[in-house]
Ligand binder design. Structure first.
Ligand SMILES: NC(=O)C1=CN([C@@H]2O[C@H](COP(=O)(O)OP(=O)(O)OC[C@H]3O[C@@H](n4cnc5c(N)ncnc54)[C@H](OP(=O)(O)O)[C@@H]3O)[C@@H](O)[C@H]2O)C=CC1
Ligand SMILES: O=C(O)C1=N[C@H](C(=O)O)C[C@H](O)C1
Length: 309
């Protein structure tokens, strides 16, 4: 069934990370920020820690890890720097100590969907501001819990600037024209590296907008492509991006089959999310400094604030 997707062509040139432009909100006064990235044993954790260093953000030399990682090693290296691994068994004690040493401590979370609730509990319990990029879990429950705690956080399933803009646009369309696509059929196909554990959190969020536009659709109908052969042959993912890509296609067809819309965002690698995560951390640090009462944000808030480079 996945093989039947007549996927629109990916641009023939290689997809490249977005162009760097100037820093907007951070230019005037650098917010106080000491960033601890969890989990740097993973792909996104590594990418974010590297992006933080590129942006001149102070990186705290510790990282929370899963139990298996701690059994195998005591450190992980990011851009030549060793970070001490902190397993679940010792994380409470270590974080108490780190809070004393790093008064502007903020955490970034890229762990796993299975761990997301325990990670949120942990940040809330220790009252550590955090940027949560991990997908999965009960998103409404997490938002309610974090909001009630008044712990500062940015939570979003996608940190890529242009994808966030696309999400915001779909949301705007749904709010402005509810039912605009009633009678249409939706097909959603997403392809990610085979290690991805869950259905795309981005696709789930975008689907919600289409539902509000009148299209009946269940998250379980999202088609997942995880096989490298189908990824290369059907989705046209370059061979060297099989271990790191995120291709999404949303196709809407009218009831009589005479009209078709297709939206697509295809990302190779992880740079766009990593850079967006650093933007989110700098934004959150500025909000903490501002003390204006609001504590819970998503990436659309970060984008609207002009805080994405
Ligand atoms: N918001 C966004 O823009 C993006 C979000 N994501 C999301 O980020 C998440 C991570 O993706 P990715 O980096 O590719 O996944 P990886 O599997 O590469 O990394 C996850 C890491 O988390 C570790 N881990 C597991 N449990 C814990 C725990 N309790 N405490 C600390 N660390 C733990 C894992 O260790 P071990 O291997 O030992 O289990 C692993 O090293 C996913 O949910 C993904 O969908 C990804 C890209 C962009
Ligand atoms: O696991 C990934 O890789 C990604 N996860 C996020 C998601 O589930 O939406 C964002 C992007 O698709 C990459």
């Amino acid at each position: 069934m996945q093989q039947q997707l007549r996927c629109s062509r990916v641009a023939s040139s290689r997809i490249t990370p977005r162009t760097r432009t100037s820093v907007v909100v951070m230019a005037s006064a650098k917010p106080k920020l000491q960033l601890m990235v969890n989990s740097c044993t993973g792909k996104m954790g590594q990418a974010v820690a590297e992006a933080a260093l590129r942006a001149g953000v102070e990186l705290v030399p510790y990282t929370l890890c899963g139990p298996a990682d701690a059994a195998a090693a005591t450190t992980v290296t990011v851009a030549g720097r060793p970070l001490t691994l902190v397993p679940p068994a010792t994380r409470d004690a270590v974080v108490q100590e780190l809070k004393g040493r790093y008064p502007h401590l903020m955490m970034v979370d890229y762990t796993l969907p299975d761990a997301i609730h325990s990670m949120v509990d942990f940040y809330v319990q220790h009252r550590t501001p955090f940027v949560m990029g991990t997908t999965g879990g009960d998103r409404a429950k997490i938002a309610a819990q974090v909001e009630a705690s008044k712990v500062y956080a940015v939570i979003a399933p996608n940190m890529g600037k242009q994808i966030v803009a696309f999400q915001a646009t779909m949301d705007l369309m749904a709010k402005s024209f509810p039912g605009a696509f009633s009678g249409y059929k939706l097909r959603v196909v997403e392809s990610h590296q085979s290690t991805k554990k869950d259905t795309s959190g981005t696709a789930k969020a975008v689907v919600q907008s289409f539902v509000e536009m009148g299209v009946p659709f269940e998250v379980s109908q999202i088609e997942l492509v995880r096989e490298p052969k189908a990824q290369m042959e059907v989705m046209k993912v370059p061979a060297d991006a099989i271990n790191g890509h995120a291709y999404h296609t949303y196709q809407l067809v009218s009831g009589d089959g005479t009209v078709m819309f297709e939206f697509q965002h295809n990302v190779i690698g992880r740079t766009t999310y990593a850079e967006g995560t650093v933007d989110a951390a700098l934004f959150l640090a500025a909000r903490i400094d501002a003390h204006d009462g609001k504590t819970l944000y998503n990436m659309i808030d970060v984008l609207r604030a002009g805080a994405m480079r």
